[in-house]
Design a protein around this ligand. Structure first.
Ligand code: SAH
Length: 220
């Protein structure tokens, strides 16, 4: 499949996301700039613009494009936002967030699996993203070094909102996080005047968050 074929498939996918899910123009144009085919393994490259999750190794997956679009819309990223992502995986979602926040903002993405942290770094470098920092560690503890964050994006499912993430979200900030194990629901969490609003946004299916405020590795 050549570049023109991939581009054509990307256009068809983005039109579909816009029509079927009402994804905002900002998010569609950010996703148009990110070459998802660079972030998926060679053997599934031809399916890079299918609206489906794909395996990225170590039993993990890159989320389906519609899920990335829906989460980005809920996050409502502003230019210059400092964004924390938990679960860097392939680095694709981080790249879309980097487009949304622009050069004046930054994305810090935490990944617990060494091999995947390296993969995300490699993919982001290849795609030319310089304002994304990949950190190897347990993202259920957040990343206090760069807190507070304007936006937090969690791409693995947690038992509940990890308290360190709430602490590291700035006043007025937004977090998107899947919660649950067999049945999971996506939540938009808003921190306003010291209060937490947790808004359910529908059923989803993510790999588990494994860590201190996540699930134990032997229970998933
Ligand atoms: N956002 C990714 C999708 C990643 S799938 C992408 O665009 O490709 C979820 C990722 O969360 C997996 O890579 C998994 O290893 C990671 N993960 C699970 N528990 C974690 C934890 N406690 N801290 C950081 N990453 C975690």
């Amino acid at each position: 499949m050549n570049d023109a074929d991939l581009e054509r498939k990307r256009d068809i996918l983005l039109n579909k996301l816009k029509n079927a899910y009402g994804v905002s123009d900002e998010v569609i144009s950010a996703m148009r700039k990110v070459p998802r085919h660079i972030f998926v393994p060679e053997n599934v490259r031809a399916r890079a613009y299918d609206d489906t999750p794909l395996p990225i190794g170590r039993g993990q997956t890159i989320s389906a494009p519609h899920m990335v679009a829906i989460m980005c819309d809920l996050l409502d990223v502003k230019k210059g936002d400092r964004i924390l992502e938990i679960g860097a995986g392939s680095g694709y979602h981080s790249a879309v967030l980097a487009e949304l926040t622009g050069r004046e903002g930054m994305v810090i993405a935490v990944e617990r699996v060494d091999e995947l942290a390296d993969l995300a770094r490699r993919n982001l470098r290849m795609a030319g993203y310089e304002n994304v920092k990949i950190v190897k560690g347990d993202g259920s503890l957040g990343y206090p070094e760069n807190a507070p964050y304007d936006r937090i994006n969690v791409t693995c499912s947690a038992p509940d909102v990890p308290p360190p993430l709430l602490d590291q979200l700035r006043e007025g900030g937004r977090m998107v996080i899947p919660i649950g194990r067999h049945f999971q629901e996506l939540y938009l969490v808003i921190k306003q005047r010291g209060k937490i609003k947790k808004i359910p946004e529908g059923g989803v299916m993510f790999v588990p968050l494994i860590g201190e405020y996540g699930f134990r590795e032997d229970e998933v």
